[in-house]
Design a protein around this ligand. Structure first.
Ligand code: FEO
Length: 393
């Protein structure tokens, strides 16, 4: 399938309707995804990125219906991760001498994955490539957004920024443009993508946006590598990234817990009730993390000003589900958020102090020693939870 983006620029990617897990099992994709590859046909024929490896043959066959592959003058690899470079071996088997333009780090990543000595041409920020007909591609390194090799490129005259992963989202749709899709679905996937993938790099996101803005270049279209192409008010997603990268939080408190015999669950519900009694404006969300999608939970953590994490004590520790989400949270390096632990226990009761330690290590401001109660809370203990919730609020 080939879809016109603007003038002589087309989308030649793949819509993956069935995808439900990405990055192995690390990222849930409830709405599938797309792997966006772009073809520029000016005096020069330029291919920007490819698709994920399972679709390599289909991709190359579709591309061959549009062009003679030997007509490709330049292959641009904005990012070496397999969802974008996966069809390179299939493609390069047909055009082994075609020059590949990418960052120095991408050469390491690509050869690390495919072990091929292709015709690499290293580019840096500000380097250009002539596409012909008065149009140039300008390269912008995007180090650690989100891999060391990441870069974007910009097509002059058409004013298209090929941003790769940045501003993308895992969202399969037949209409490739942001003005043609369900906005609520779109932004739900955008914030999930930011929260789960870009949070650790927020400072770099802000700096890179400032750097690109300082160039004063007009951007009519942002052509990402996943999900929609932003052509209607493309700067709206840039504005969202500015907000999200700046210690983002909403008026939300989220409780994450696991439970064995409902003691910690009842604590969570009573604490939530206490918060609500003291402040009926704050949005409160509860997740049993052993039953919830971890990436959806992370999105709610991202939106929260405070999180409470609860686990019963199990073998002097915490539940595997709570340990798992805390590992994820620590890696994402959230900033400017408060937190505290809670949990029920039978005899030794280490869970709450362990949770607080993990939250501190993850960079949260832990507000106190938390709340731990024995067995399954009685009426007096439920009142303690309510009071704890009021204090939190
Ligand atoms: Fe869509 Fe970092 O790959």
């Amino acid at each position: 399938m080939k879809v016109n983006v603007k003038n002589n620029v087309s989308w030649v990617g793949k819509i993956d309707w069935e995808l439900r897990k990405f990055h192995g099992n690390e990222y849930s994709t409830h709405k599938g995804s797309t792997y966006n590859s772009y073809l520029i046909m000016e005096e020069k024929t330029v291919l920007i990125d490819t698709v994920w490896k399972p679709f390599a043959k289909e991709y190359a066959a579709n591309l061959e219906k549009e062009i003679d592959l030997t007509d490709i003058d330049y292959v641009i690899v904005n990012h070496a991760e397999i969802d974008h470079s996966g069809a390179l071996p299939e493609l390069m088997a047909k055009i082994p001498d075609a020059p590949i333009y990418c960052t120095k780090k991408a050469v390491e990543s690509i050869t690390g994955h495919y072990h091929k000595d292709w015709n690499f041409n290293v580019v840096k920020t500000g380097d250009t490539l002539d596409a012909g007909n008065g149009k140039k591609l300008v390269f912008v390194e995007m180090n650690m957004l989100h891999w060391p090799d990441s870069m974007a490129c910009y097509l002059t005259e058409d004013n298209i920024l090929f941003s790769n992963d940045a501003f993308g989202q895992h969202y399969a749709h037949k209409h490739l443009f942001n003005d043609l899709v369900d906005k609520e679905e779109l932004f739900t996937e955008c914030i999930k993508y930011y929260a789960n993938i870009l949070t650790p790099f927020s400072k770099l996101v802000s700096k890179k946006i400032e750097e690109v803005q300082s160039l004063g270049i007009p951007i009519d279209i942002i052509a990402t590598s996943h999900g929609v192409i932003w052509r209607e008010n493309p700067m709206q997603i840039v504005e969202k990234y500015i907000q999200w990268s700046n210690d983002y939080q909403e008026n939300q408190i989220t409780l994450l817990y696991d439970t064995m015999w409902d003691g910690t669950k009842r604590m969570a519900e009573a604490i939530a009730e206490g918060i609500h009694k003291a402040d009926d404006k704050v949005r409160i969300k509860l997740f049993n993390v052993s039953k919830s999608d971890k990436n959806d939970v992370i999105t709610e953590v991202f939106k929260s000003k405070m999180i409470l994490v609860g686990s019963p004590t199990i073998n002097k520790g915490i539940s595997v589900a709570v340990a798992g989400i805390l590992e994820e949270i620590e890696g994402l390096r959230f900033r400017n958020k408060k937190a505290v632990g809670f949990g029920s226990y039978g005899w030794s009761g280490e869970s709450v102090s362990k949770i607080n330690k993990r939250l501190e290590d993850a960079g949260f401001a832990v507000i106190n020693e938390g709340l731990k109660l024995t067995w399954n809370p009685n009426e007096e203990q439920i009142n303690q939870c309510l009071e704890f919730g009021k204090m939190i609020a």
